[in-house]
Design a protein around this ligand. Structure first.
Ligand SMILES: C[S@@+](CC[C@H](N)C(=O)[O-])C[C@H]1O[C@@H](n2cnc3c(N)ncnc32)[C@H](O)[C@@H]1O
Length: 258
């Protein structure tokens, strides 16, 4: 069966692709990639003679026609996406059209920028007794979000919130969180270009977020992580999981009696 492989490239650093993703890239005869977001150093791993296609200036039908045509010629085709393709990757529409063209799709996951950003700030996003939930979302800008998914409604859970595609919308983000009852002192960590050589980390609060974004000139490729899991003092607050609690019994370990 003819197939296109969609590969998650990871957040930026070329060595954060998976072993499987790298193998498919190195075997490919045709490589399409979003040149504004995937590192050229990674694409240089493709074999010599491979056809390399930058897709930033292409529309959906052009991309799909090219991928389908090369598959029909019997070539190995990969499409490299930033982070993990399942989050804001716009892969659904590609898969639908490829299937119509008789081409199957294999997806290889990648490290999403949300997790690369958490790593950059040394955070656990699910802190025992504080929050056990992470919401991955975006602020509403030119692209609407469905009813029931407005930031104010999502923020009402008080959990960790990770905002993609929202760097230019911080005024609105702050307003929505405050309207949901969050305090102005709530910690926010912004990671610009996580794992790229020019990565920048900005520690802020809801009160200062908009100003800090402006001061640091961050208007794109930024992950905004908000909530008390991002508290810089969290290490001193003694949150402990049950998993390694010496008195807690689970499937792999009997807890010591109190
Ligand atoms: C179209 S979405 C793609 C997300 C991607 N699929 C992922 O899993 O990270 C682009 C948004 O992801 C975030 N993003 C992507 N790469 C990033 C990075 N290296 N550092 C911080 N944020 C990043 C930004 O919020 C950016 O606006």
């Amino acid at each position: 069966m003819m197939k296109v492989t969609i590969i998650g490239a990871g957040p930026g650093a070329p060595d954060l692709i998976t072993v499987r993703g790298l193998k498919r890239l190195q075997e490919a005869e045709v490589v399409l990639y979003a040149d504004s977001l995937v590192s050229d150093e990674l694409i240089a791993e493709a074999k010599s003679g491979a056809e390399i296609v930058k897709t930033a200036g292409m529309h959906l039908e052009e991309m799909v026609e090219l991928m389908a045509a090369r598959c029909h010629e019997g070539k190995k085709v990969v499409r490299v996406h930033t982070g993990d393709p399942a989050v804001y990757g716009a892969i659904l529409e590609q898969i639908a059209l490829l299937r119509e063209a008789g081409v199957e799709v294999e997806i290889i996951p990648g490290v999403s920028s949300v997790f690369a950003s958490a790593a950059a700030v040394g955070a656990e996003l699910t802190v025992p007794d504080l929050t056990q939930t992470v919401i991955l979302t975006r602020a509403e800008g030119r692209t609407p979000v469905p009813d029931g998914e407005k930031l104010k409604d999502l923020a009402s859970h008080g959990c960790t919130v990770a905002l993609f595609l929202s760097a230019t919308l911080t005024k609105k983000v702050v307003r929505e969180f405050l309207n949901a009852g969050w305090s102005e002192e709530t910690p926010v960590a912004v990671v610009y270009k996580a794992t790229w050589p020019d990565q920048k980390v900005v520690r802020s609060t809801l009160k200062n977020l908009d100003e800090d974004m402006r001061k640091n000139g961050i208007r794109k490729q930024a992950m905004i992580l908000a909530g008390w899991a991002l508290d810089e003092q969290i290490y001193e607050k003694n949150y402990r999981s049950k998993l390694y609690d010496k008195e807690f019994t689970h499937g792999f370990r009997r807890g010591a009696p109190k």
